[in-house]
Design a protein around this ligand. Structure first.
Ligand code: NAD
Ligand code: UDP
Length: 317
């Protein structure tokens, strides 16, 4: 028996493909919508033969009419290299994409979840970051197309709730990693693993003392689904991430050790507006969703290293 028909925008991407897989395994019908800007069909190839899975190549800046019970709105380039490649398009994807998806959710009276981000806190002045913090974002810096796009999307979501009673959810996702990250998108976990596996220099930007808190993708999927399943009174943003905070230099050392790599660390300039500290306060997620990450960084890194070992061996990138 099919439970729900669910639309996942950005469903061929890193997080989206894991989400599609999980929703299918839980007995749902899944429509995956993606323009394949930062992903490929390889991420969903194993799902294409499932009769409850459908892929639509579409750009969410254009309207689309579908009949679904729920929408997970993940479509948006997520790594700094990808979202800065065509910054105006990134803003359009966030803002026009959200308007289209909110309009769809309103028409079908469905629930809609937005994949927001810890970047709404910018380079935060409070630590750890809780949902009450309004953030410290440079509105004209190189990260602004992404950060302000996502902030505007949150505003759209809450206003569709106030004005039209659309059943919204906002997840503020903190750095997430795992298999199917794009090998060339420049994010720190995939970069370091690929460099280490090839015994190439590990590129630390800045002095490596900046911090991030890394969440394994399976934990993130649990959190996203739990948030979607909350009742209609839960509308405000909820942080989803792993509160274990690491310096980037610690991450590099851990990856070198786990891969038995001969790589040496090299230091390169810190990109403009690169946040110095980031750690989620997940009290709200713990209380409201009864959720917290279970997978430690080392365990998640080993799974991710295995994935990249395979794609390097098979020359898939
Ligand atoms: P990703 O780049 O792997 O996935 C994004 C997907 O969206 C890709 O498949 C891409 O082709 C698609 N896409 C981009 N623009 C589109 C458009 N205009 N129309 C249709 N599809 C489009 O990135 P990800 O890490 O899987 O991120 C998924 C979502 O989660 C994004 O919205 C991102 O902002 C958010 N997020 C991710 C992280 C993280 O650490 N991975 C952190 C915070 C927020
Ligand atoms: N980083 C690094 N070397 C790399 C890639 C990234 O030192 O090869 C740093 C980057 O400057 C940032 C952190 O790692 O401080 C996380 O970067 P990522 O792009 O993964 O995510 P975000 O900055 O969006 O959190």
């Amino acid at each position: 028996m099919i439970h729900k028909r669910i639309l996942v925008t950005g469903g061929a991407g890193f997080i989206g493909s894991h989400l599609c897989e999980r929703l299918l395994n839980e007995g749902n019908e899944v429509i995956c919508l993606d323009n394949l800007f930062t992903s490929s069909k390889d991420n969903i190839a194993h799902l294409l033969s499932n009769k409850y899975f459908e892929f639509i190549r579409h750009d969410i800046i254009h309207p689309i009419y579908l009949e679904v019970d729920e929408v997970y709105n993940l479509a948006c380039p997520a790594s700094p290299i990808h979202y800065q490649y065509n910054s105006i398009k990134t803003i359009k994807t966030s803002v026009m994409g959200a308007i289209n998806m909110l309009g769809l959710a309103k028409r079908v009276k469905g629930k809609i979840l937005q994949a927001s981000t810890s970047e709404v806190y910018g380079d935060p002045l409070i630590h750890p970051q809780d949902e009450e913090y309004w953030g410290n974002v440079n509105p004209i810096g190189p990260r602004s197309c992404y950060d302000e796009g996502k902030r505007c999307t949150e505003s759209l979501f809450i206003n569709y709730y106030f004005q039209n009673k659309v059943r919204i959810k906002i997840a503020r996702i903190f750095n997430t990693y795992g298999p199917r990250m794009h090998p060339n998108d420049g994010r720190v976990v995939s970069n370091f693993i690929i460099q280490a596996l090839q015994n190439k220099p590990i590129t630390i930007y800045g002095d490596g003392n900046q911090t991030r808190s890394f969440c394994y993708v399976d934990d993130m999927i649990d959190g996203l689904i739990k948030l979607m399943d909350t009742n209609d009174h839960i509308t405000g943003p909820i942080n989803l991430g792993n509160p274990d905070e690491f310096k980037i230099i610690e991450l590099a050392e851990m990856i070198i050790k786990l891969t038995n790599s001969k790589s040496k660390i090299v230091y390169q300039p810190l990109p403009e507006d690169d946040p110095i500290r980031r750690q989620p306060d997940i009290t709200k997620a713990k209380t409201i969703l009864n959720w917290e990450p279970k997978i430690h960084l080392k365990t998640g890194l080993i799974k991710t290293i295995n994935y990249f070992e395979n794609i390097i061996k098979n020359n898939v990138f």
